[in-house]
Design a protein around this ligand. Structure first.
Ligand code: ATP
Length: 311
């Protein structure tokens, strides 16, 4: 874990410009010890580029990044940075494995690369934790996409890192696999204080497992939310139906509400006290036949924020 209070990941003004596109545009963010931070974005938002810069795989055009207190550099590796990498596990882009080696052999190789003291123990432990026991003796080239992804996650986790950086970790997994990975990551964060940065395009999924969500679009960090406060940012409407919506519309306007087409009310007053709306309509003889709260779902919220609702 990072020293008390210091962010485990810190990014400032991070920018990556290619000839015809700014893949990451002046991004600043912090991830704290034990936090699960999700970078959420559509395809091409810049998630992988940001993660690759964080891992020192590509050099930024501008800006800086620190991981576990060490300044990241794509070239020179300071002692601090080497020790930070030793405490970091990652998964980025397509899961890679030696196709002719079995799952167990792949992991043994990786345990040796990580210079683990008791490689066999780590290998068996991670095989079990990632539900790979039935596949341990299978060659990697025969694995399904989902199990290849599990193997890649096993590699990222084999040395019990303090920091995990995972690009689209649930890609290719079936719903059971998604739940398993979610449980694994939330358990690591809660029980071991592991810090996790993940990227995803699945808002509903990351909202379930992350403490904080950063919305990345066209390289820019558009918004950051605590997952617990996400609800407050979603649009809510009171949906009213009557036998005479035109009259109801006029009456509600006269009473100071702001009905939208389809008799939708977003006024705080209407949302807080729907019974008053009902009373008004009953009094003028157009009682509601329907009155309920419509909440924007997470995907719609996300698309609204990134301005892609017509995509
Ligand atoms: P996806 O979910 O599709 O992987 P992403 O959010 O990870 O998307 P990036 O892969 O980071 O997005 O790409 C961000 C933008 O940068 C895209 O427009 C992409 O085409 C562009 N880009 C990425 N790498 C390069 C490169 N090496 N050269 C030129 N453009 C690049």
């Amino acid at each position: 874990m990072g020293s008390a209070g210091a962010p485990v990941i810190e990014v400032a003004g991070l920018t990556k410009r290619y000839t015809d596109v700014v893949a990451v545009d002046d991004v600043g963010l912090s991830v704290h010890a034990g936090q699960i931070y999700a970078l959420l974005g559509l395809n091409g938002a810049g998630k992988t580029t940001l993660i690759r810069m964080l891992l020192g795989m590509i050099a930024p055009t501008a800006g800086s990044a620190w991981v576990l207190g060490a300044a990241v550099s794509a070239g020179h590796r300071s002692a601090g940075l080497r020790s930070a990498w030793a405490r970091t596990g990652y998964l980025v882009e397509a899961p890679a494995a030696y196709p002719e080696l079995t799952v167990r052999e792949n992991l043994h190789l990786y345990a040796r690369l990580r210079r683990l003291k008791h490689p066999g123990r780590h290998v068996e432990d991670i095989i079990e934790r990632l539900s790979l026991i039935p596949y341990a003796a299978r060659r990697a080239r025969t694995l399904s996409m989902g199990n290849l992804q599990r193997l890649a996650l096993a590699k990222a986790l084999i040395h019990s890192p303090d920091l995990l950086i995972l690009d689209e970790p649930v890609n290719g997994l079936d719903p059971v696999g998604v739940v398993e990975i979610r449980t694994l990551l939330t358990g690591l964060a809660r029980e071991h204080g592991t810090t996790v940065l993940i990227s995803s395009h699945l808002l509903a999924e990351v909202a379930r497992m992350s403490g904080r969500i950063g919305i990345l679009h066209q390289g820019r960090l558009l918004a950051e939310h605590d997952a617990s406060s996400l609800d407050a940012h979603r649009h809510r409407h009171l949906k009213v139906s009557t036998r005479n919506d035109a009259t109801a519309h006029q009456v509600l306007r006269d009473r100071g509400y702001h009905p939208e087409p389809g008799l939708l009310l977003a006024d705080e007053r209407a949302l807080a006290r729907p019974e008053e709306v009902a009373t008004v309509l009953v009094e003028v003889g157009v009682p509601p036949t329907e009155l309920h709260l419509v909440e924007e779902d997470l995907e719609a919220y996300f698309l609204r924020i990134v301005g892609a609702d017509h995509a």
